[in-house]
Design a binder for this molecule. Structure first.
Ligand SMILES: *Cc1c(COP(=O)(O)O)cnc(C)c1O
Length: 357
């Protein structure tokens, strides 16, 4: 039986994507070859890469606006390194917002390169909220933020207005909601949360911010070289890029980001309403900063853990355990998560309430 997968990542993808990807493993485009054995230089794969790059920009509303999309490897973690390498000038400084484990990881890497200022942090409160009172120094080379904090279940619902280039790690909420993406100079997202399987990272970069550091950049780390090579500087992760393309096509057919956002709002409301109503549960994030992708919550009485865990597992739910740094539960309700699965979880929480009270 197919489970209801609430895992934070790698995570659920649309069923039709699983089916099409499996078919391509057996026979890609009726070529008599598997997607796993074709050359990345073959006509069929070059077309996949081209379409994926264009479709990513199209869905974000960034086509023809000076941006390039790349499908790289090394995870979002490698972008923690590439970003300062490409944007931080020798004597310049970068401004970072510290909103969680991943943001802190990005900060750690940037510090190896140069002056990295953490202009606000919610670490002292175990990252339960998004800091809002901060200002970005006008002379910073860039400002880096994390739009959705996968582990702590918080999400930025507004972004600062600034003339400084904004860089954003959108790994866990890319393509989930409408934003004016042209306010960002660089966006990156590991595919395995909301776009595809592990193995590729989408990088969307405004070309005019590159080439200003005076730094000698190793080829594999240089966005400009990846752009010049049309995202084939080295052998791209062929299967991960293809499966990401299938997901982007699915998303477009469903009505694009606007349609996704409506569904995501509905799913998040359903679950948060239950967490707030049900006397046995409590949310972990400040209400105004709650994530619509990763819903974190606790049992008020941990003595009930075993009983609740048995219930949801028996219902075919998987991947609901919270990250060790928060504890409790985390329901990741990415784009591909059907409303029906969220409803099932709510039903289980209500059934649990009847049993306990
Ligand atoms: C998962 C995650 C990462 C790390 O991604 P990798 O692909 O494992 O390097 C970075 N940032 C955010 C917001 C994430 O959710």
């Amino acid at each position: 039986m197919k489970k209801h997968n609430f895992s934070a990542g790698p995570s659920i993808l649309p069923q039709e994507v699983f089916e099409k990807a499996s078919q391509a493993v057996l026979d890609f485009n009726n070529s008599g070859l598997s997607i796993l054995e074709i050359s990345h230089r073959s006509k069929d794969f070059v077309a996949v890469m081209e379409e994926a790059r264009i479709l990513a920009l199209e869905l974000l509303g960034l086509q023809g606006k000076g941006y390039q999309a790349l499908f790289l490897s090394g995870g979002a973690s490698l972008e923690f390194v590439r970003v300062p390498y490409n944007l931080l000038t020798e004597n310049g400084k970068a401004a970072y917002l510290d909103t969680g484990t991943w943001a802190a990881g990005a900060i750690k890497e940037a510090k190896r390169f140069g002056e990295t200022n953490v202009i606000a942090s919610s670490k002292a409160d175990n990252y339960t909220y998004i800091p809002k009172d901060y200002s970005i120094p006008a002379n910073a080379d860039y400002f880096h933020c994390t739009s959705n904090n996968t582990i702590f279940g918080t999400q930025m619902h507004s972004f600062p207005e600034t003339d400084v280039p904004v860089v954003c790690d959108m790994s866990s909420d890319i393509f989930s909601r409408e934003l004016d993406f042209s306010k960002f100079s660089l966006i990156y997202a590991g595919a395995q949360k909301n776009m595809g399987p592990a193995g590729t990272t989408l990088v969307v970069v405004k070309e005019d911010i590159l080439g200003k550091t005076g730094r000698e950049i190793p080829g594999i780390l240089d966005y400009a070289q990846h752009i010049a090579k049309e995202s084939m500087y080295n052998t791209p992760p062929v299967f991960a890029v293809y499966t990401s393309l299938l997901t982007l096509q699915w998303l477009k057919n469903k009505g694009g980001i606007a349609a996704m956002e409506k569904l995501n709002d509905k799913k998040a409301a359903l679950l948060y309403n239950e967490i707030d109503r049900n006397p046995l549960f409590t949310g972990t994030a400040h209400t105004e900063d709650r994530s619509k992708m990763n819903v974190t919550f606790l049992l008020k009485d941990e003595a009930h853990t075993e009983q609740f865990d048995r219930l949801w597992k028996e219902a075919g739910i998987s991947g609901l355990n919270g990250h060790r740094s928060v504890g409790g539960y985390r329901a990741s309700i990415y784009n591909a998560m059907p409303v029906e699965s969220v409803q099932l979880l709510v039903d289980i929480m209500q059934e649990f309430e009847k049993k306990v009270l």
